[in-house]
Design a protein around this ligand. Structure first.
Ligand SMILES: [Cu+2]
Length: 149
């Protein structure tokens, strides 16, 4: 009987896990070859809080190979990246820009950083992009943020 209960319990956990499937963390790695480890990430707009984690797995200093993660609507990504270059070091990000939905600190090799933002800043099914705003990086270091409910 105990065994059946255990199996039933596991099955139930499986069903609940699938039904919620809420992903509240975006986790990315950047390296010394100017690459993120993912081309797309998925996150749930229903999360009260979304965490963006960035780990720089390289060894080059932030001034030479800095990485951050900036999230904007896809239509704003190029303009925000340009504004970031104008804004200059160390963050390469326009201050107080409403088009920036979320942005981590700029970090160098061996460092990690994370930020949180409210899930309701995203809309399920919307068209969002993540990119690195370090000069020259956003063309390659970018990907899709898929937003589910
Ligand atoms: Cu970068």
């Amino acid at each position: 009987m105990k065994r059946y209960l255990a199996i039933f319990g596991l099955a139930l956990l499986g069903v609940v896990g699938t039904a919620q499937a809420q992903n509240c963390t975006i986790s990315l790695e950047g390296n010394d070859r100017m690459q993120f480890d993912k081309k797309s990430v998925s996150v749930s707009a229903s999360c009260p809080t979304i965490t963006v984690e960035l780990k720089h797995t390289g060894s080059l200093p932030v001034a030479a190979m800095g990485h951050n993660v900036v999230i904007t609507e896809t239509g704003d990504a190029n303009d925000v990246a340009q504004a970031g270059i104008k804004a200059g070091a160390p963050n390469y990000l326009p201050g107080g820009d409403a088009r920036v939905i979320a942005a981590t600190d700029m970090i160098g090799g061996g460092q990690s950083t994370s930020i949180t933002f409210p899930g309701n800043k995203l809309t399920a099914g919307g068209d969002y992009t993540f990119f690195c705003s370090f000069p020259g990086h956003s063309g390659i270091m970018r990907g899709t943020v898929e937003v589910t409910n």
